[in-house]
Ligand binder design. Structure first.
Ligand code: FAD
Length: 148
C-alpha cells in the first residue's frame, strides 16, 4: 500500500525546506523528496555570506542549507535524498519515484531552477551588454558600455 502523507514536497531547496518547516510546525505529516545527494538546492552553489536574510548570520549557502535541514529535523520532519520524482498526478495526489508511489492530501512543487546557457554567444570583449530573451524567443541586447 502507498505511504500516506498530508503534504508531499518535491524539492529540498530553501523553498521546499521552508514549506516543510511550516508544515511540521502545524504537525502535518510531511515528506520532502529531492533528487540530489543533499538538501539545499541552489544554496549549495553559493560560497559567499548570505547578506539578505534578516536575522540570519551565515557564512555560506551551504551553512544555511544545514540550518534549514536541522530546523526541519528538530520538528520531526526529514528529507529523502536521491529521490528523483518521475511522475506527479495532482488530481490523485500521488507522486512516483523509482518503484514507489506516495499519496498526499496536497503536493508542493518546489523544484526551483537549473543553470542554463547564456543567451549571448560567449566572446572575450571589453564591452558589457545585457541580453534579454523576448517571449517570441528572439534575443535583444541592450547598448554596450565600455569598462574604463
Ligand atoms: C551562486 C548562487 C548565489 C545565490 N545567491 C543568492 C543570494 O545571495 N540571495 C538570494 O536571495 N538568492 C540567491 N541565489 C538564488 C537562490 O539560491 C534561489 O533563488 C533559491 O535557491 C531557489 O530556491 P528553491 O527552493 O525555489 O529552488 P532550488 O534551490 O533550485 O531547489 C530545487 C530543488 O529541487 C530538486 N528537484 C528538482 N527536480 C526534482 C525532481 N524531479 N525530483 C526531486 N527533486 C527535484 C533539486 O534537486 C533542488 O534541490 C543564489 C543562487 C546561486 C546559484
Amino acid at each position: 500500500m502507498a505511504a500516506q502523507y498530508d503534504l508531499l514536497i518535491v524539492g529540498a531547496g530553501p523553498g521546499g525546506l521552508a514549506a516543510a518547516v511550516a508544515a511540521r510546525a502545524l504537525h502535518l505529516r510531511v515528506v520532502v523528496l529531492d533528487a540530489g545527494p543533499r538538501p539545499g538546492g541552489q544554496l549549495l552553489a553559493n560560497d559567499t555570506p548570505i547578506l539578505d536574510c534578516p536575522g540570519l548570520d551565515v557564512a555560506t549557502g551551504s551553512e544555511l542549507a544545514d540550518r534549514l535541514r536541522q530546523h526541519l529535523e528538530r520538528l520531526g520532519g526529514h528529507v529523502r535524498v536521491h529521490a528523483p520524482v518521475e511522475r506527479i498526478d495532482g488530481d490523485g495526489g500521488t507522486v512516483e519515484l523509482a518503484g514507489e508511489r506516495l499519496v498526499g492530501t496536497a503536493i508542493v512543487l518546489a523544484t526551483g531552477a537549473a543553470p542554463a546557457a547564456s543567451v549571448c554567444p560567449a566572446r572575450r570583449t571589453s564591452r558589457v551588454a545585457a541580453c534579454h530573451r523576448r517571449p517570441d524567443g528572439s534575443v535583444r541586447r541592450s547598448r554596450a558600455s565600455r569598462w574604463s
